[in-house]
Design a binder for this molecule. Structure first.
Ligand code: NOJ
Length: 703
């Protein structure tokens, strides 16, 4: 029997004993591990704590949390509050805890859900040992605008890829049981449509049509709900005049009633109070009423619920059952996390050293998150015995922490090996020189055999509230590459960033370009593995790369329009309308050929098989991608949609037959009311290495 079933009677008993103030207290999440309001905990006015000291935990370095300190707080709740209900401790464990993996956008680039699940499992173990029960990940916001800094935190532009990764993260955190020392409650956020923020300005209003909401923005959340995610966070954003925090149609309506999901909904930081700024609530009390009626169970750091819910219930403005049901859900979550069995965390469990197996998992995922965008003359992998000049602002060992990327609360710089040390300890190069200043870099470039320039974005240039008006490299970096490129020594650019960038000048200046979405703890070794050819550059782009900012929004699964034909098309007069790199793109160190595509339709779904041959000279991995187009439907459908993918290893000279299946319902679409339409007719199918290439076939869909 699960802990939450075992404690069902206790939960009802508690509910019958609680005052309205204590009930509202269970729905109150207080910030800070430093200034915890102990008197409120004693009075039962705090249900959970977010272990962060500011609203910007993603960019502000946070104090470490220790089980001993959290146990002390827990003792106050358990021993000194009237009913002794334990506190739930939450923290943003976003892409790893002490073992920091690639940022989520990089995880998506791996197209390797198994590796993503493993990273989440490791994070759960490490964070749980520090006393944390609940994390605010995965972020499932589809993002089509790289100006939006939070594109770093999600899985990119594609609903299918994001759905697969959603399930992987939820399983990784939760599958061993929330009550175990290797499980934590996950949180699917930000529900929903946060990525539509206009102009890429964080928190801005978005516009979403009903069918786009249903077919693009909701599917990853549906996947997380199906995988049993314990909690969901409402988004800051509003669309159609309704802030998500007060939107009963999407919270109680879609999430709870339509999908039958019965977990806890938490607001984002202060978002209940911010309903006043949105102009839909007169004051804090009104905001509390709107949010609880819409379905938000926990008020994160807003102070609206504990202050106003009791009076709202007494005045008949919020039904008692609504409050009770929210409290019941929170108590069930506490029971599921094992807090009614043992509310304390063993104080000797925390990690002292990062175990090798955790490092290995982070390194394997990082290698597969690095994308090779250009490789003129097969410059990469670098030949043994060369003299390498390592230059560029991000090659400086002193800034290695930047490779953690955004939302790294518990990674520690001293655990990282920087690129320079990793390269110097590699047996391959004859010599590795390093220059800090651009002038020295240029001087060295004249003398060495190959220059590796590491450039890109600092970790705080992406993430929450870090939007940009440019997709260029930060000032001075493009010029450095252009200068180095003119010297004549072969040039490799390693670009590390938290978003897609417009790389045209980089591609012109450099012979080879590796793109690494901030790859985390093992960045140095993983980048060197790829540079030296100990590993393939395993990543494929989880977002379309534009040629320039003016093309944004640009995404592969767009509509065809009425004027797609040459000379009579929707286009720009000054630039091509095609992207720099399509979704799914990534080169390898070997060569793959796709042959003999066969597709079969049966009532369960589509089955496709294809032969992938490695015609190059090295063993390698290919990400086999299947896209479909519904040729004619009652509403227009995208020109292509990813429906299945598989990462396969193929030895040099070998071939494998790869089977891919698409369940019947995945070939349908939802209308604006969420009704599934399965319409008979022809579909085009492509199976290939990215969204712009592949073998083509057709089949007739007969649902
Ligand atoms: C605000 C962010 O939007 C959210 O993603 C995060 O989980 C909370 N702050 C808590 O830090």
């Amino acid at each position: 029997m699960s802990p939450h079933d075992r404690h069902a009677d206790r939960i009802e008993e508690l509910l019958s004993q609680m005052t309205l103030e204590e009930k509202a207290g269970q729905l109150n999440q207080e910030p800070s591990t430093v200034d915890v309001p102990i008197d409120m905990v004693e009075k039962g006015l705090v249900g959970s704590l977010i272990c962060a000291n500011s609203a910007y935990a993603g960019t502000d370095r946070q104090a470490r949390v220790r089980a001993a300190a959290l146990n002390e707080l827990q003792r106050v709740a358990v021993e000194r509050s009237r009913l002794g209900i334990p506190l739930l401790f939450a923290r943003d464990v976003i892409h790893g805890h002490r073992t920091v993996g690639p940022i989520p956008l990089g995880q998506a680039a791996s197209f390797w859900p198994e590796g993503v699940r493993r990273l989440a499992q490791i994070a759960a173990r490490e964070a749980r040992a520090d006393g944390i029960h609940w994390t605010f990940t995965p972020m499932l916001d589809i993002a089509r605008d790289p100006r939006w800094g939070r594109i770093a935190e999600g899985f990119g532009e594609d609903p299918h890829l994001a759905s697969v990764m959603a399930e992987a993260v939820v399983r990784g955190f939760q599958e061993s049981g929330l009550h175990t020392m290797s499980g934590m409650a996950a949180c699917a956020k930000h529900y929903v449509g946060y990525g539509t923020a206009e102009g890429g300005r964080d928190y801005n209003t978005g516009e979403i049509t009903p069918t786009t909401l249903e077919n693009v923005y909701l599917p990853p959340f549906r996947a997380a709900a199906k995988a049993g995610v314990a909690t969901v966070m409402a988004a800051f954003i509003e669309f159609d005049g309704k802030p998500a925090t007060a939107n009963g149609e999407i919270l109680n309506g879609i999430l709870r009633r339509r999908w039958g999901w019965d977990g806890v909904i938490v607001s984002d930081w202060n978002a209940v109070a911010e309903l006043v700024h949105h102009g839909v609530a007169e004051d804090l009390a009104h905001a509390a009423r709107l949010a609880i009626l819409a379905g938000v169970d926990i008020d994160m750091a807003g102070g609206a619920y504990w202050r106003h819910l009791p009076e709202l219930v007494r005045a008949g403005k919020v039904p008692q059952e609504v409050l009770d049901e929210a409290v019941r859900r929170v108590l069930r979550l506490k029971a599921a996390c094992g807090l009614f069995d043992d509310p304390y965390t063993p104080e000797d469990a925390a990690l002292v050293e990062i175990p090798d197996e955790h490092r290995t998992a982070a390194r394997e995922l990082a290698r597969r998150a690095i994308v090779l965008l250009q490789n003129k003359g097969g410059l990469l992998p670098l030949r043994p015995g060369t003299r390498i000049g390592l230059v560029g602002p991000l090659a400086n060992p002193a800034v290695r922490e930047t490779f953690f990327g955004t939302w790294t609360l518990d990674g520690e710089e001293q655990d990282m090996t920087d690129i320079l040390s990793a390269l110097r300890s590699h047996p391959g190069p004859k010599e590795v020189w390093h220059a800090l200043l651009p002038d020295e870099a240029v001087a060295q470039a004249r003398l060495c055999d190959v220059v590796v320039a590491v450039v890109g974005e600092w970790r705080h240039r992406s993430g929450e509230d870090n939007s940009t008006t440019t997709l260029d490299l930060p000032p001075g970096q493009t010029e450095l590459l252009q200068y180095l490129g003119k010297i004549g020594t072969p040039l490799v650019a390693v670009v590390a960033a938290g978003r897609s960038l417009a790389l045209e000048p980089v591609l012109e200046a450099a012979d080879a370009v590796l793109f690494a979405f901030h790859p985390g703890l093992e960045s140095g070794p993983a980048i060197v593995d790829v540079l030296m050819g100990d590993a393939e550059p395993g990543g494929r782009l989880p977002v379309t790369f534009p040629r320039c900012l003016g093309q944004v929004p640009i995404y592969y699964n767009h509509k065809n329009t009425g004027r797609p034909v040459p000379n009579f098309r929707y286009r720009y007069v000054d630039r091509p309308d095609s992207p720099q790199f399509p979704f799914g793109f990534g080169l390898t160190y070997t060569a793959f050929e796709f042959r003999d595509l066969s597709v079969q339709w049966d009532p369960d779904g589509l089955r496709a098989s294809v032969t992938v041959a490695n015609t190059g000279g090295r063993d390698g991995e290919e990400v086999v991608q299947l896209y479909v187009r519904d040729d004619v439907a009652s509403i227009s459908r995208p020109v292509k949609e990813l429906k299945a993918f598989r990462r396969v290893a193929v030895p040099a000279g070998g071939e494998v037959r790869v089977e891919l299946t698409v369940p019947r319902n995945d070939l349908g679409f939802l209308d604006g009311e969420g009704r599934l339409h399965l319409e008979p007719g022809t579909f085009t199918v492509w199976v290939g290495p990215n969204s712009a290439e592949g073998l083509e076939a057709r089949f007739r869909f007969e649902p």
